[in-house]
Design a protein around this ligand. Structure first.
Ligand code: NDP
Ligand code: 2IT
Length: 449
């Protein structure tokens, strides 16, 4: 391993020993850009790596709110403004009890590379809170969002930092956050948040974008092997925003999606997932995936009992992890390979452990890395921002056509860079190389800042 990379990694591992997810994300990128770094001896003198991995700013704040019983609850809020090299900080907000600084930093770090791959002018950031939206009433969600924004508003703006959704933050939460921002600022600034509802400035297609984009990227990978979605068996973990729309597009392409999940367990329906029922359970009732059995008693439900999710034991051609980080372990990867998996594409951020990814690559499985394969969501957020600036809206078909084109371009960038640096077919390395190259060049142009 290159000396400069080793030194930076060693320093980080000492300094941030308590941030395993962040270290995992950084290690993956730095280990795959070795050839590029070797071609640029000036990077060391300019501290390109040190500056690339260190967030420009981390904001952390108290979020007090009152629950329906009149009790005062205090959560922690974060915004990691990772890089403004190529545009305003851009990235989602996650509300989940596991949120901590390591998870915020890993997500922010991934985001700068993902956003660079889209080819659009967006820097990278991430935020959120350890607030757990599960089981909360609508008014509790609203009060929490209002309190969160009362702190966050001073740090964001349409040319500064533009948050959006992620786990636990969808259209409802973005609406409450936007309302509070507008009230404090006393101005309508449409482009300050994305993922807005269509009725007050959102973009058609943003809801579908991450899932659809994931399937477009996978379609391009499959093409390289003369394959397509038609007639293939697909399993999709999660049953949230990304999973639902990945399922919809895969079904439109003629695949048989047989399984979906949530954090409690997974359903298997050999006749093909009834997606309108999943949408009803998850988008309307905010229920559990197990409720699927009430309408389809022939489907099977398996409870999750260990870190290895039962969904990956199901035989499939294409696996789309769309829930959360490190949800697909080496054990699961072995099971999928044993069952003949052809492609794995990451809808979630860093869902495969490093060992799982390495195993897939070693066995010749097509791997679509998150920063490339799920970039359709943020790319469409950037299209939402441009519509807000233009004060003009595209049709649904126009947005999806642009999204498809962006996903094809991202796939080609991954493919070309993998070939250029001697690892043809390794789209994980290809994505890291393409994005790193662009960011490092931007850093050189802008001086030591
Ligand atoms: P949602 O909140 O809509 O759905 C999340 C899904 O993942 C739910 O089914 C949830 O189950 C499951 N899940 C969450 N945490 C865990 C966990 N610790 N263990 C097992 N399952 C879990 O989120 P999204 O669909 O928006 O996000 C899913 C993934 O995609 C995340 O990794 C996110 O970062 C990534 N992503 C999202 C984008 C977007 O535009 N929304 C864009 C790019 C990436 P349960 O309900 O039981 O918690
Ligand atoms: O991880 C991601 O790319 C997102 N959650 C979407 C971010 C965005 O700004 O649309």
């Amino acid at each position: 391993m290159n000396e400069y990379i080793t030194r930076v990694l060693n320093q980080l591992e000492k300094k941030y020993a308590c941030e395993p997810e962040y270290l995992q994300a950084v290690r993956e990128v730095l280990c795959s850009v070795e050839h590029l770094v070797e071609q640029h001896p000036e990077y060391e003198k300019l501290a390109i790596l040190e500056r690339m991995v260190e967030p420009e700013r981390i904001i952390s704040f108290r979020v007090p709110w009152v629950n329906d019983n009149g009790e005062v609850i205090v959560n922690r809020g974060f915004r990691v403004q990772f890089s403004s090299l190529i545009g305003p900080y851009k990235g989602g907000l996650r509300f989940h009890p596991t949120v901590n600084q390591s998870i915020m930093k890993f997500l922010g770090f991934e985001q700068i590379f993902k956003n660079a791959l889209t080819g659009l002018p967006i820097g990278g950031g991430k935020g959120g809170s350890d607030f757990d939206p599960k089981g909360k009433s609508d008014s509790e969600i609203m009060r929490f969002c209002q309190s969160f924004m009362t702190e966050l508003y001073r740090h964001i703006g349409h040319d500064v930092d533009v948050p959006a959704g992620d786990i636990g933050v969808g259209g409802r939460e973005i609406g409450y956050l936007f309302g509070q921002y507008k009230r404090i600022r006393d101005a309508y600034e449409g482009g300050v948040l994305t993922g807005k509802s269509i009725c007050y400035g959102g973009s058609l297609g943003r809801t579908e974008a991450t899932g659809f984009g994931l399937v477009f990227f996978t379609r391009e990978m499959l093409k390289t092997k003369g394959e397509s979605f038609t007639g293939k068996t697909v399993t999709i973990s999660g049953s949230g925003n990304v999973a639902i729309y990945a399922c919809q597009k895969a079904q439109e392409y003629g695949a048989n999606v047989v399984a979906m999940s949530d954090s409690n367990g997974c359903i298997y329906d050999k006749n093909g997932i009834d997606l309108s029922l999943v949408k009803q359970i998850k988008e309307v009732e905010r229920g559990r995936i197990k409720d699927y059995l009430k309408k389809h008693p022939d489907a099977e439900y398996t409870e999750r009992t260990s870190e290895d999710s039962p969904i990956w034991n199901i035989k499939t051609d294409i696996a789309l992890p769309c829930a959360t980080q490190n949800e697909l372990t080496l054990n699961s990867a072995k099971k999928l390979v044993e069952n003949g998996v052809l492609a794995v594409a990451e809808g979630a951020n860093m869902p495969c452990t490093q060992e799982a990814t390495d195993f897939f690559l070693e066995k010749g499985v097509l791997v679509g890395p998150a920063k490339a394969a799920n970039a359709g969501g943020v790319a469409t957020s950037a299209i939402e921002m441009s519509q807000n600036s233009m004060r003009y809206y595209y049709t649904f078909d126009e947005v999806i056509e642009k999204l498809d084109c962006i996903m094809v371009n991202i796939f080609n960038a991954c493919k070309c860079n993998a070939e250029k640096y001697g690892c043809a077919g390794n789209y994980v390395a290809g994505a890291n190389l393409a994005a790193f190259d662009k960011l490092a060049e931007a850093m050189k142009c802008q001086g030591i800042v």
